[in-house]
Ligand binder design. Sequence first.
Ligand SMILES: [Zn+2]
Length: 469
Amino acid sequence: MSEKIKAGLEIHQQLDSHKLFCDCPSVLRNDEPDFEVSRKLHAVAGEAGAVDIAVKYEAEKDREFIYQGYDTTCLIELDEAPPYLINQEALEIGLHVALLLNCEIIPITQIMRKTVIDGSNTSGFQRTVLIARNGQIETSFGKVRIENISLEEDAARIVGEKNGKKIFRLDRLGIPLIEIGTAPDIKSAEEAKQVALHIGDVLRSCRVKRGIGTIRQDVNVSIEGHPRVEIKGFQDVKMFVPVIEKEIKRQKKNIQSKKDLKSEVRNALPNGETEFLRPVPGASRMYPETDLPLLKISRKIVDEAKKTLPELRTEIRKKLKKKGLNEEQIKILLKHDKLFEFENLLKIINEPKFIYQILVEIPKEVIRHEGKGEISADIIEGIAEAVLKNRINRADVKHVMTEIVRGKSFEDAIKIKKIDLGEIEAEISKIVKEKPGLSIGAYMGLIMSKFKGKVSGSEANAILRKLIK
Ligand SMILES: [Zn+2]
């Protein structure tokens, strides 16, 4: 499969932040809507005066749409009020992605309206703003340029149809999306997959939404002599290779049969096939957003974003592995977003395995055993400090956490009555006398259960060995 192709990716990913041009939360609702409104949309001419071919295609259908709203949507989603200034948090996340993809940030940029009249935008357009360009990433096949990075509003989502009218839900409309477009530098299906994996790694390192429907990946692909075809709807990176390979075959057949070759948008199906969706939209669908000022991304904003730039997850994995954590432990830290706390605790006691225990394992054990409770990051930090200052032993951590879950304050919980070592020695010697001839392990079991965290394992072990000798 060394067919020469020309391909580029376009990736849309929802950011984990409130909406892009209003303060509504980015939450999807599955309960009954609070209200419904009905609207009819029609095609408008773009900046160049021409009605875009894709827009016309939808407009010819001349349809009415129903929109469902909630208390978590406002007049801006309904296009009844002007947009607020761009969400600064979303902008920062966008800058993180752009910097990690080695892009140049655009210092002054115009927010644009992109005509959309399939009904998924109440206004008939989607706001989009180019924030960065000219980046690049490396694959094992060579360099792939990142052409543009934009912030966009997500569209309303279609939830059904009533009397031939499409029903859209406004909850998704306006959720910040980052759009990443590569140059058509990709030369094979395998390389397309590598690029998608790399960009996916960058995205997951930043504050983005997780789960099905939060990322959309499109591929533009053509072989020599065939116009560009856009394939939408890749749910899984695994689908890249089979879908692209099948599309190459389809294009070859088109050329051989001297078909009327046209540029089109196709949908990726789960079986690796594709189907026609619509014509490719032209450039005439963009015009400036007059309700908003130019977006200035100052040096200061970029410097701030550099300061808070997250590390790539692949780098973090390598680092944690070096520190002695295994794959499973690394996976759990990443999955539960515990990295920040982990790094913080390492600053107190630089022992990754012990820190992993007091951050993940012991709290989990205690909570499961008690059937309730939680142990906050502050408490865990306090416990690490208490260990460092010898206020408690390492072996006491579980006991302290248990007391806290049972309702004791942190200060009370760490006031462990330390039995003096002479007393412990006397007790241990009593145990040895009562049950002679047991193994060290068996004695340790008896001792630890008797003192329940009031003595550390290493202390008890030292005393025991001395006595047995
Ligand atoms: Zn809103």
